[in-house]
Each structure stands twice: as C-alpha cells, then as structure tokens.
Design a protein around this ligand. Structure first.
Ligand SMILES: [Zn+2]
Length: 350
C-alpha cells in the first residue's frame, strides 16, 4: 500500500506500517510512555490478528504477500478471495478468535499478577497495571468490533460465508453488503447525535467498503461469462529481441500499444512492459536491445481462459497486460483496459 514502510518479514509475509500510524504515535506522545506502550501494544495484537487470517489462508493455498497496519486495524492483501464458504468462514473467524483466545487465556494469570481491582477497573492508563489491563481489554474490543456482521469487518465475511451455504455467492454478498450499509447508517446516526466525528468517519468507511465489495463480486461474476478470445483485439505489435529501445519508443508512439511480446522466429522469448522500457531507457539510454532488458519469465494466458482468470493473474503479478497464447503461438495482447471495457458494456446491458 502506498505510504507504508516495511517493518520486517515473518512466515514470508512482509509486515508494513502505514505512515498514519506514526501520526497516531505523535498524538499520544504528550500523554506519556504508557500511551505509547498502549499504541504499540495494540498494533502488535492487530499484527497477530492479521497473521492468524494469513496463516489460515495459507492452509488453503492462498498466498498473502503483505500486511499493512493502519490506525483502524490491519489489511492483509491476499492473492485471491476464497470462494468456498467454509474457507472464507475459517479465514475470517481466525483473527477475532485469536483476540478472544488472548482474553480467555490471560484472564486468570493477569488477575493474579496485577490484582482483580486493576483488571476490572474502568479503562485507564494512569498506572502500569491499569495500562496492562487496558491493553488486555482492547483485545475484547478488537474481537467485538471485527465481529460486527458488516463488510469490511471480519464479521461481514463470516456472515457472507454462512449465507453462501444457502444462497449463491453473489446473492450472499448482496445481503451482507446491505447489512454493512445498515450498520454504517446506525454508526453515522450515533456519531451525529453524540457529536463523535470518529464514528461518522468509520460509518463512511464501512459504507464505501461494503459497496466496494459488492462491485468487486459483480465484476467477477461478469468476467466469468467471457473468454479472452471473445474480446481479444485482432491486431498487435510484437518485437524481436534485437530490436533497439529507440525502435520500441517509435512503436509506442505510432500505436496505442504499451506492452509487447518479444518473439524470435515463432517462439515467444520474452515480454516487455511500458514500465520496463521506461526504466531501461532511464538507466541505459536507447542503445540497448529488447533482449537485454526484457522479462524472460512472464505469465501467459490462453485464448480460451475466462477473463476472471486473466484479471486474477494481472492482479497477482502486478501486470496490466499479458500475452495471449494459442497452440504455443502468441495471438495477441490483452490489457486491463480491454477487461474494463467489457465490464462497462456488460454492466450497462445487465
Ligand atoms: Zn480480521
């Protein structure tokens, strides 16, 4: 995510922290070391919460590249959304269950260590025992907040997973999204009557995230109906590995194409994107040849692949164009704009 800093890597997942987190730290520093401890403590628990989602996702073959920590919680970017209801259920429940487990496991040890009086005291950071109790109860709040049955909270996904055992995935999403909207309206209402700006901000965030989830699922359902060959533009330009970058620049100017397959004879030997071309020119000027700077390992799709698969590969590999193969030959280039156009037309008709 933009504006985030990589902290460390664990289980192959990079843990990033968003710069707004440091703003939060700056805000609490005048409150003293106990508040700083609280903020860092909450972030540690949010990290572990997200890791639980990620490790469960890994069990189902879904890779998680990074976790970004924001002041409102964490976001784990998964390579795909699990579509099997039982998988989504287990992945979504794993996070809140972790916080509930912390609450269950540490109650008696903490009661013994800091005393029942401190543990059951109203939330405060006045003394160290109270601060530790505060951090402990924040786990219960994290669990409760995340279990609200509305997108984008874990509870929303749990709800969709439960609904998806009875309805279609799309219908289940619609119902869960409506729940999300309803909760957003309730949050906004209380935010306004209590003059609580944070609640209003959360309400807006929930509302938009719920709508975003619905749009995403709709796009996916639409893209399942089309195959690459249904929309593949008939013309495309290919390069050979001894083409110079100067020639490539010309090709970009004279066509609308920005990403090119590299073909020697009939063999696809590489792929080069606009970004590759620009950074190679920046580094070496225009004298290098395509073969020296192209990607030799690159994803390909078949002309019979459904668009949803293409979109998934683009998302996972961070590419906006892919070469299309038919019988070991490149027959075209499909771009993210091609897919966007199909979706725009199909959703107008629908
Ligand atoms: Zn979660």
């Amino acid at each position: 995510m933009r504006g985030s800093i990589k902290l460390f890597k664990v289980f192959g997942i990079s843990i990033n922290i968003h710069i707004t987190f440091f703003l939060l730290l700056l805000l609490v520093i005048p409150g003293g070391i106990k508040w700083v401890f609280l903020v860092i403590g909450v972030f540690s628990f949010v990290t572990m919460h997200e890791l639980c989602h990620s490790l469960m996702a890994k069990r189902f073959g879904i890779t998680v590249r990074e976790i970004t920590l924001l002041p409102i919680g964490g976001i784990a970017s998964m390579s795909k959304i699990p579509e099997k209801p039982v998988q989504e259920f287990l992945i979504s429940i794993a996070g809140p269950l972790f916080n509930l487990a912390v609450v269950a496991v540490f109650f008696f040890p903490l009661k013994y260590l800091i005393g029942a009086e401190n543990l059951l005291h109203p939330l405060s950071a006045q003394t160290w025992p109270l601060t530790i109790a505060y951090l402990y109860w924040l786990n219960l709040m994290l669990a409760a907040f995340n279990l609200i049955p509305a997108f984008p909270m874990d509870g929303g996904r749990v709800l969709r997973a439960l609904l998806a055992t009875r309805f279609s995935y799309q219908k289940a999403t619609k119902i869960a999204v409506n729940f999300g909207h309803a909760f957003a309206v309730i949050f906004a209402y209380f935010g306004i009557v209590k003059f609580n700006i944070i609640l209003v901000v959360i309400a807006v965030f929930i509302y938009m995230a719920a709508s975003g989830e619905e749009a995403q699922v709709d796009i996916k359902e639409t893209l399942k109906k089309f195959r690459v060959r249904d929309i593949l533009p008939p013309d495309f330009i290919s390069l050979t590995s001894n083409t110079t970058l100067a020639k490539v620049l010309e090709a970009i100017f004279h066509s609308h194409q920005e990403d090119f397959p590299v073909i020697d004879g009939k063999m696809p030997v590489g792929f080069i994107t606009r970004h590759d071309i620009m950074s190679a020119m920046h580094q070496y000027g225009t004298s290098k040849s395509v073969g020296e700077v192209m990607r030799k390992v690159f994803p390909k799709v078949k002309d019979t692949d459904p668009l949803v698969k293409v979109q998934h590969i683009m998302h996972e590999k961070g590419m906006r164009a892919l070469p299309v193969m038919k019988d070991n030959e490149v027959v075209g280039i499909i771009t993210i704009e091609d897919i966007g156009r199909v979706y725009a037309i199909a959703s107008q008709k629908g």
